[in-house]
Design a protein around this ligand. Structure first.
Ligand code: GLO
Ligand code: NI
Ligand code: NI
Ligand code: NI
Length: 404
């Protein structure tokens, strides 16, 4: 649709898994000994980390990156010191972007790691915590605008509950809705033209996260009048955690008009938790990207690798191989998806299935212009049973394999 295949290769590397995470998990400590993790003051480390990050991104030849405020600059002793650390590091990032031509796909704020957010950020009933969350988001949107970022993401890391016995769902959802309205309002006032994206996830770290899946997020946006302002950043592993497939979440977001961007990793069919493996399954990825292409491809969004190497991969070259393999897989998946579109078999199957819409009775009935009486009259006046249009199922599900 007027786009070249290269236009869809909007890959991004995420700062947090590649340059911040040290290999720790709930059962064990740090395993990586990267040179940018030790030696010097926290700010000196942040500066070295940024240099290492942009060196990595340039060698990889990736067009975009993404970061949280706290990934790029250390938390200070006070909010004011944190802000000044962050602003200083944003200048460093700006210089690196300028020098390398690498762009920011989106910025975001970490509202989940610090102990102050242990009981939520925007949904926290403590107004001081709510204000702190606002302080971080404001600064992160300012930075995103300054760095020419194309989107701004909010993943509700601690926005959920652990037990309903001390939780007022109504109150917390209202707070989240008001917070998001403040964010949208601020975006317009400062002239940030990028898209605000919510990232659904059903659980982890909280037992039940408010932004459960695309359908839940859409209901939430409607309720707070934001369905035209906010879109979604869909992650493969979050989709499978919520019991859906990646392509279901993408197609539903497109149908509801809120598709924005993708966090790419492997939607693990064994469920469990968010394992953040690099995507490595061609048919799965091809079907997901087929949905993206069907919807016209990306406008401001892209493919952010929200993926990390395993904690025993202590050799940093694994980080390189992880990304190379993932980009290669996504590029191949895009070609498969494009062939699925060009071949026209799927489009033909869809045309056949929806043929009823092209008759005049079909349009009147399906667009709701006929009453229940009129519909019954039509059915009862004919002396024959109703046989539905049937679609081909198995043949279509296997079609992806023809194009690999
Ligand atoms: C965690 C999320 C997380 C977000 C990131 C962006 O499961 O996927 O990595 O993508 O914090 O806000
Ligand atoms: Ni400096
Ligand atoms: Ni993510
Ligand atoms: Ni995730």
């Amino acid at each position: 649709r007027g786009k070249r295949m290269e236009d869809h290769l909007r890959f991004a590397v995420c700062y947090w898994h590649s340059f911040v995470w040290t290999g720790l998990d709930p059962f064990g400590g740090e395993t990586f000994l990267r040179p940018w993790f030790t030696g010097g003051s926290p700010m000196e480390l942040a500066v070295r980390k940024a240099e290492a990050a942009f060196d990595f991104l340039s060698r990889l030849g990736v067009p975009y990156y993404c970061f949280h405020d706290r990934d790029v600059a250390p938390e200070g002793a006070t909010p004011r010191e944190s802000l000044s650390n962050f602003r200083h590091m944003v200048e460093h990032l700006a210089a690196h972007q300028q020098r390398t031509g690498i762009k920011l796909l989106w910025g975001t704020a970490n509202l989940f790691s610090h102990r102050r957010y242990m009981a939520g950020a925007a949904t926290n009933p403590d107004p001081e915590v709510f204000a702190m969350a606002a302080t971080q988001v404001k600064a992160a949107i300012d930075a995103t605008l300054q760095l020419g970022g194309e989107n701004y993401v909010l993943w509700g890391g601690r926005e959920g509950y652990e037990t309903l016995l001390n939780t007022d769902l109504r109150q917390e959802l209202d707070q989240l809705g008001r917070f998001l309205n403040l964010v949208v309002d601020y975006k317009h006032r400062i002239g940030f033209t990028g898209t605000i994206l919510l990232e659904p996830k059903p659980r982890e770290p909280t037992k039940h996260q408010y932004d459960f899946d695309v359908a839940t997020v859409y209901g939430f946006l409607k309720r707070y009048g934001l369905e035209k302002e906010v879109k979604v950043n869909i992650e493969a592993n979050h989709a499978t955690l919520s019991g859906h497939s990646f392509e279901h979440e993408i197609a539903l977001a497109q149908a509801l008009g809120i598709f924005g961007s993708l966090d790419m990793n492997r939607g693990d069919p064994q469920l469990g938790w968010d394992t953040d493996q690099f995507p490595n399954n061609l048919p799965e990825t091809a079907i997901a990207l087929y949905s993206v292409l069907q919807g016209g491809g990306f406008t401001t969004g892209g493919l952010n690798f929200d993926a990390k190497v395993r904690r025993q991969s202590i050799d940093p070259t694994d980080l390189f191989h992880g990304h190379v393999g993932a980009m290669d897989l996504c590029a191949r998946a895009l070609l498969v998806a494009a062939r699925m579109i060009e071949d026209d078999r799927l489009a033909k199957a869809v045309r056949e299935r929806y043929a009823g819409w092209r008759t005049s009775f079909g349009r009147d009935a399906l667009e709701g212009r006929l009453s229940l009486e009129a519909l019954s009259e039509r059915v009862l006046s004919r002396n024959e049973d109703v046989t539905p249009v049937s679609g081909r199922q198995e043949a279509l599900e296997n079609l992806v394999n023809r194009y690999i």
